[in-house]
Design a binder for this molecule. Sequence first.
Ligand SMILES: [Zn+2]
Length: 235
Amino acid sequence: MSALDVDAYLYNKDVKCPVCYTAFKINKVRGRKLKIIKKHDDLYVSYKDINPIFYSIWVCPGCGYSTTEKEFYEIKKMQIPTIEESIKKNWNKKDYNRERTAKEAENTYKLAILTGQLLSKPKGYMGELCLKLAWIYRDMENSKEIEYLQNALNFFEDAYQHERLPVATLDELTMTYLIGELHRQLGNYVKAIHWYNKTLEHSQIKTKRWMQLKAREQWSKAKVEYDIVKKQKNK
Ligand SMILES: [Zn+2]
């Protein structure tokens, strides 16, 4: 993207790190400028010219503390030494607060996952980080996509059982659908069908018509894929 285009999509916001008190600027994406080019089955949306998920992670250039915008100020005082000892000590002072390449976006998610592990963030939040990193790998055509889809699935199943939803940006209905869809993408068709059924039986499904249609469509897709695999096994 040219500098002019970048300015059209990104704007700055001043923030202050709650760990090391460095004042810095972060880039935010102008949502209304985005033009959709593809909606993926696992709710990833590709846009023309820019990938907004590249900018979801706020990285402090002073200490490396990295989270989503919503979590940035959620750190407790007693947790600060953990970040200082585990991230700040080895931090190379890289400034991510400008146009990001896919590789740089990948690094910001890895930092956010590390920060999340150190602070014992909710599994739903961790799952969402892993899912977005898988999407970045998908665009890079990197086989690590599968590894991170699996990580996301593990976190979501854990969150579904043990956490109060919604967590991060996922409500229970969306998470139910996503668990089904991730199972399908990973080739677990019986489990996928089970979770699509759960989605379709959910009390709130009537309020999300598009998800009802999508879950039915993916249910059929998983059934066809399951039959193909079964036939091949019986050969
Ligand atoms: Zn900091």
